[in-house]
Ligand binder design. Structure first.
Ligand SMILES: Cc1cc2nc3c(=O)[nH]c(=O)nc-3n(C[C@H](O)[C@H](O)[C@H](O)COP(=O)(O)OP(=O)(O)OC[C@H]3O[C@@H](n4cnc5c(N)ncnc54)[C@H](O)[C@@H]3O)c2cc1C
Length: 387
């Protein structure tokens, strides 16, 4: 018996457990996770980027909530009086760069960002060339730099998040949820691979790429599937430490890392599925040429490491799906479809889920536009331009 069962102890599940216990310390919160090594979870594979450069205000607010925790890191990350571990927060900013055809969406997004308190700076192509001489700007017309943003060591951030939720009193069990029982519009219990059953007043589904199959058990059709994403670590002979995290419309994402850079080129067309294979052609045939088209003077590039992880890609509009399905699954709350933004949004999503469970509505950020209803209505609520 639990008050709330959380399915999946990745970043989002841990954030939900933390906020539930902080808001209601007497609540019995049980988190079910089959693999605490996180070998297949997205949380262990992320690059740790935190940005406010979004189209939708909800995504901006969620990033700002995480940035507040980062600003307060020494206090926020001190668990049971232990000193906060080193986060390796690199506040170099995030920069989106575009050519002529994406100028309008960059401009519209810039206005949304400024309205929502983002210290974003507009750079035309001559500003870009002057400030970042290694950037190839011949096809660029503008960029937007968000100076408060940056990147961190996601493993460190996550270890603190999990430790905080444990210290707050959430119970973590090792098991896998196989099924849900429900009558009418209420989910009554979850059945586990071990044979156990946990009854609960509310169930939160934060199972990452497995969230859709659990949601389907209450009739929710979630258009989210696993999508392979490569990341490569390349040593460079050039000094790139001053660069912001740079993204362009083709999905190229570059930031300084160790003795060089970490780079990925998201392949949104890669077929869905739990595919972790490392394609040996990804770096030489796709990523390196794209990198050299965007940057010059990087010096000698030596590939040192490549890895893959899974995006829980929302194939409908590329944004998260959060909340219950009123009148059909009233006490069953989903949060998935983060499409590469989930780490930076986990904290705020955990808070939003907590508000839904405890109050039945959002109390701080209104995330209703990111709910399941938009999927049923076919209402696109995605990012425009650079995603
Ligand atoms: C290469 C790469 C780079 C990325 N870079 C960034 C970035 O820079 N910034 C950013 O914000 N995000 C980034 N992301 C995305 C981010 O990592 C994810 O959005 C985020 O970690 C999702 O967290 P989650 O808790 O929803 O899912 P997960 O971390 O996948 O956790 C889900 C958990 O549910 C468990 N589970 C599954 N099925 C069940 C079940 N039946 N019962 C119980 N438990 C179950 C799984 O074992 C897993 O541990 C990146 C992702 C990748 C792959």
């Amino acid at each position: 018996m639990a008050d709330v069962v959380v399915i999946g102890a990745g970043a989002v599940g841990c954030a939900a457990a933390l906020h539930l216990k902080e808001a209601a310390p007497n609540l019995d919160v049980v988190v079910v996770e089959p693999d605490y090594s996180y070998a297949r979870a997205a949380t262990g594979k992320g690059t740790g980027g935190v940005r406010q450069l979004f189209t939708r205000p909800e995504n901006i607010w969620l990033s700002q909530y995480t940035l507040d925790a980062i600003d307060d890191w020494q206090t926020w990350a001190s668990v049971d009086g232990a000193p906060a571990p080193e986060l390796n927060w690199r506040a170099n900013g995030y920069m989106f760069v575009v050519g002529e055809q994406d100028l309008d969406s960059l401009q519209a997004n810039f206005e949304t960002q400024r309205t929502n308190g983002v210290p974003a700076e507009w750079l035309d192509s001559s500003d870009l060339a002057e400030r970042y001489p290694e950037l190839v700007t011949s096809d660029l017309v503008a960029g937007v730099l968000s100076t408060r943003d940056g990147w961190l060591n996601p493993k460190v951030f996550f270890s603190v998040l999990k430790a905080k939720s444990e210290a707050a009193g959430a119970t973590f069990v090792t098991d896998r949820v196989l099924d849900l029982t429900h009558d009418g519009t209420i989910v009554r219990s979850v059945s586990l691979a071990s044979g156990g059953v946990i009854t609960a007043d509310a169930v939160i589904n934060t199972a990452g790429v497995h969230a859709p199959e659990l949601a389907a058990k209450v009739g929710m059709q979630i258009p989210v599937e696993p999508m392979r994403r490569h990341e490569h670590y390349i040593e460079t002979s050039a000094d790139v430490d001053h660069l912001p995290f740079v993204k362009d419309v083709h999905g190229l994402a570059v930031h300084a890392y160790r003795q060089g850079i970490s780079v990925g080129l998201v392949d949104f067309d890669h077929p869905g599925g739990e595919d972790f294979t490392i394609d040996p052609t990804d770096y030489p045939d796709r990523v390196r040429p794209a990198l050299l088209e965007r940057f010059s003077g990087l010096g000698e590039l030596t590939l040192r490491d490549s890895w893959t992880g899974l995006y829980d890609q929302n194939r409908f509009d590329g944004n998260m799906i959060i909340g219950n399905w009123p009148g059909h699954a009233d006490n069953f709350y989903v949060a998935c479809g983060f499409s590469g933004h989930g780490f930076m949004h986990a904290l705020g999503v955990g808070r939003g889920l907590t508000e839904l469970v405890l109050h039945g509505s959002y109390q701080t950020f209104d995330l209703s536009a990111m709910g399941y209803q938009r999927i049923l209505d076919g209402h696109f609520y995605g990012e425009e331009g650079v995603r």
